[in-house]
Design a protein around this ligand. Structure first.
Ligand SMILES: C[C@@H](SC(=N)N)c1ccc(Cl)cc1
Ligand SMILES: C[C@@H](SC(=N)N)c1ccc(Cl)cc1
Length: 411
């Protein structure tokens, strides 16, 4: 069975952003969005199409006809270790800041991946998938890597709250992210991927950066890249610097203090859930009096989720200060006039109030005229709350795997 994770931006809204010209029926949108924003739909249909046409694969050499089968099982898998120092890569938002991609080099092949601090599997589009599925994507070709080793009998299967998911087999290879290098990293090779990953052609897969206890590989659970790198990084940290419609940075092993202002506010992380989870019990709107009784009072730092999903009390408190804000059942979330001035949101992160700029809470138009806009802050009934990319656009975040803490500062 699939493990339930959540999801990034509602696919339908992403579609509107991506194809501003293409209208989508409000009803259809509502269905899709409410499915996605709810507790997730059915697992996405896997896409095994007929082999048609030549795929436009980039880093791997042009495939000779049908994708090569998974390489033969070879040798005893080595234990993984990290040999490099710190690493730094630029990240780039997809259209509408739907997700943030950065280059990862696997066995000498560089592909763009979605760095996700809300899950713990590293899986890739690869040459086992059908040419139809691969169309438009980069793909990792294990047969072209001299350092790839199959993990015989190992499989993975993961799904995200929006019903998207992936499943396949597993090997190991050397992974280099901007200089930080791990040998023997588990590389999960998808043989099935859901539709929304197929259509997301800029992404070659996910690199999970939550705690390894959430990794789905069986029979032997595997470690994340960060876990494998920890022991030999100069500092046991990685940092996320995400920006609206502009390049940012993911860094491993160092904290670049030129990327944020003021001191980092550190809060302990509760690792029981496997997420980067912290206490978040209060909020204030536009510098007003704080409300200090958010039910559940927990949140996770999640680069893999597009929006900021908070308790209904936070959402109601915030949008009560926005003229024309309505809970728009048609679209499946709170909308407001695009001309509205949005107040800043102050939100508790382990006892320090962090600010999410009002501008960053105006997420995207839902119509072609740009009249009605969809909020970047939306309600979730699940606990913990999910502070996704909307939060990161206003806050630089350091993830400390040495003492399990989070550092947050405005940027
Ligand atoms: C943990 C994230 S999903 C991820 N970042 N892989 C999540 C869980 C549940 C919901 Cl409802 C929305 C987002
Ligand atoms: C739905 C797919 S792709 C997309 N909707 N842009 C996806 C991406 C990232 C995560 Cl963490 C979960 C699901």
């Amino acid at each position: 069975a699939y493990r339930k994770f959540g999801m990034p931006l509602p696919e339908a809204l992403g579609a509107i952003i991506a194809n501003a010209g293409a209208g989508s029926s409000a009803a259809g949108l509502a269905t899709e969005l409410s499915d996605i924003l709810g507790d997730g739909g059915e697992a996405g249909s896997t896409s095994k199409g007929k082999e048609k046409g030549k795929p436009k694969l980039r880093p791997s050499p042009a495939p000779t006809g049908l994708p090569s089968a998974a390489p033969p099982a070879t040798g005893v898998p080595k234990f993984s270790n990290s040999t490099g120092g710190a690493g730094s890569v630029a990240n780039t938002p997809e259209a509408g800041d739907v997700e943030y991609l950065a280059p990862v080099t696997i066995g000498g092949q560089t592909v763009n991946m979605d760095f996700d601090s809300g899950s713990s599997d590293l899986w890739v589009f690869n040459t086992q998938l059908s040419l139809n599925t691969l169309s438009g994507h980069m793909a990792y070709n294990p047969a072209q890597s001299s350092t790839f080793q199959l993990l015989p009998g190992s499989t993975f299967s993961i799904s995200y709250g929006d019903g998207s998911g992936a499943a396949g087999n597993v090997g190991t290879d050397t992974v280099n992210i901007g200089g930080a290098t791990v040998t023997g990293q588990a590389i999960e090779l998808a043989t099935d991927v859901s539709t929304s990953f197929v259509t997301d052609t800029q992404s070659t897969g996910l690199i999970g950066l939550a705690f390894s206890k959430l990794n789905t590989v069986k029979p032997v659970q595997q470690k994340t890249f960060f876990d494998n790198a920890l022991a030999t990084l100069p500092e046991p940290v990685f940092t996320a610097d995400l920006r609206h419609n502009a390049a940012g940075t993911y860094e491993f092993g160092a904290i670049d203090s030129t990327k944020f202002s003021g001191p980092l506010a550190w809060t302990p992380v509760n690792t029981t859930s496997g997420f980067w989870q912290f206490t978040s019990q209060a909020f204030a709107v536009g510098g007003g009096a704080p409300s200090t009784s958010v039910p559940g009072g927990q949140a996770i730092a999640d680069t893999g989720t597009t929006l900021m999903l908070a308790d209904q009390s936070v959402v109601d408190g915030y949008y009560s200060q926005v003229q024309g804000a309505v809970n728009n059942a048609t679209v499946g979330g709170v909308t407001f006039p695009c001309s509205a001035t949005l107040p800043d949101l102050q939100i508790d992160v382990g006892g320090t109030m962090a600010t999410v700029r009002g501008d960053d809470i105006n997420f995207a138009p839902v119509d072609q005229t740009g009249t009605t806009c969809f909020g970047g802050l939306q309600a979730t009934t699940v606990q913990p709350q999910i502070y996704g990319d909307i939060f990161f656009k206003s806050n630089f975040v350091a993830f400390n795997g040495g003492n399990n803490s989070l550092g947050v500062a405005p940027h």
